[in-house]
Design a protein around this ligand. Structure first.
Ligand code: ATP
Ligand code: MG
Length: 435
């Protein structure tokens, strides 16, 4: 500081992450990486390629695709004006972007259907609680173009279940439904509206409003007092047109064929107009009331709605935060190793050897901690312990001169001497045994 002006130094402000968003930290991020790596692998076996759409888009895209009436668009988007006064929004979901990209890049010229998946952050200004954040992560996939064969719906579901099984996610429940098409759904919705009007005064204010705006959403209601009433309402499965009924029957048959266990839930609806026929949801254990880890469905008119050619579409989005939470709660999160080897070195000659040893061990794939400055062995071993290292490699002048290195196993304190080539071999053998 110059001058010595008697200005009282202000304590700098400490910053905190904004409400509803959070840092993901090690070691937990290792689990996130594993989940994402597994998704890349499993989805590739189903012939899906990765798309990385931008994180912000024109607000209008979401208004059109998700629907201006939805909570997501009307209340929850992070929207701002760019310098050229266009309105842009952080994406609340990615299906709209994937459809936009399909149209923009003329993907209808490619062999159909086009199978894409994505992963990354989404943004919704919701009330934060367990399993609900304002920046959260989704892993999703979309199948665009081609035909609307039931086997496509089921392959998409089979892919999610294969992914979840591979992660050993516990307590999975898959619910499926069909919500009809432009032919049969409007008639059902009218019937539902008429029935709801008869019981209107027994419903809560939200449902009362939805009788007009979107009667299907009443079926979503979790309000205890409405459950008995809803159970008596007409069910869409009794009002599907012939094509939809056949499609739905074939979906169920195909699920059986592939050994995918499911239950039907006639109240599983997607409140948006462009959704049709197959809808599904998967819940997992350990999540309390936010237990949906995946939602999906068919949306054959969405690409058309965004100015593209008539295009079939089906997809899903997995909530990665909840997926991770469920793995952690059920004790299925893999134990992540911290360091394989801590190199405790003392002396100038030992330093050069330690640097070389670290390089060789890292090259062989070991996680190595090489302290930047010399430490007394006692302190170094304490440090190795704190870091949870498996082994400490002790390199002092004696070791360097004799060419016999000391390896200490921290779990039991046992020590053994190795020559340099033997050491690597020993560690590799040990690693093979423990993994
Ligand atoms: P919910 O009923 O839990 O609000 P949703 O119908 O809004 O879910 P979708 O838009 O279908 O969810 O998104 C798919 C998945 O993304 C959900 O099943 C959930 O796992 C996850 N998800 C949605 N919103 C959030 C959020 N705010 N925080 C964390 N995960 C979320
Ligand atoms: Mg929601």
């Amino acid at each position: 500081m110059s001058g010595g002006a008697a200005k009282k130094e202000e304590k700098p402000r400490k910053f905190q992450a904004i409400k509803g968003v959070r840092d993901l930290l090690p070691p937990e991020t290792a689990l996130w990486n594993r989940v994402e790596q597994t998704a890349h692998e499993v989805f590739a076996t189903f012939g899906f390629g990765e798309i990385r759409p931008p994180i912000f888009e024109p607000t209008e895209l979401f208004a059109r695709a998700v629907g201006g009436e939805t909570d997501i668009v009307s209340k929850e988007m992070y929207t701002f004006e760019d310098r050229d006064e266009t309105s842009v929004s952080l994406r609340p979901e990615a299906t709209a972007s994937v459809c936009r990209a399909y149209i923009e890049h003329g993907m209808q010229q490619l062999p159909q259907p086009v199978k894409l998946y994505y992963m990354g952050p989404m943004f919704r200004r919701e009330r934060p609680q367990k399993g609900r954040y304002r920046q959260f992560y989704q892993i999703g996939a979309e199948v665009l173009g081609g035909i609307d064969a039931p086997a496509i719906d089921v392959e998409v579901i089979e892919m999610v279940m294969t992914f979840f099984d591979k992660l050993d996610l516990q307590g999975l429940r898959l619910s499926v439904n069909s919500i009809g098409c432009r032919e049969c759904r409007p008639k059902y919705v009218e019937l539902l509206r008429a029935e709801l009007l008869k019981v209107k005064d027994k419903l809560g204010p939200d449902s009362q409003r939805r009788i007009e705006t979107n009667p299907l959403r009443v079926l979503d209601s979790k309000l205890e007092s409405e459950q008995k009433i809803i159970e008596k309402l007409p069910r869409i499965s009794d009002h599907l047109c012939k094509d939809c009924a056949e499609h739905y029957a074939a979906v169920k048959q195909e699920l059986d064929l592939r050994g995918v266990k499911y239950r039907e839930n006639w109240r599983l609806v997607r409140g948006l107009d462009y959704y049709m026929r197959t809808t599904f949801e998967i819940t997992a254990q350990g999540l309390g009331s936010q237990d949906a880890v995946c939602g999906g469905g068919r949306y054959d008119s969405l690409v058309g709605l965004l100015g593209g050619p008539p295009t079939n579409g089906i997809g899903f989005a997995i909530g990665e935060d909840r997926l991770i939470l469920s793995l952690q709660e059920s004790g299925k999160a893999p134990v992540v190793r911290s360091r394989d080897v801590y190199i405790a070195w003392m002396g100038e000659k030992a330093h050069a050897t330690a640097v070389r040893a670290a390089k060789d061990l890292r090259k062989a794939g070991f996680s190595v901690e090489l302290p930047p400055v010399e430490q007394k062995f006692g302190k170094a071993l304490g440090q190795a312990d704190k870091l949870g290292a498996r082994f400490a490699l002790i390199l002092g002048d004696n070791e360097v001169t004799s060419g016999e290195w000391t390896l200490k196993t921290l779990a039991d304190g046992s020590q053994a001497k190795f020559t340099e080539p033997n050491l690597l071999e020993h560690l590799c053998r040990n690693k093979a045994l423990s993994s």
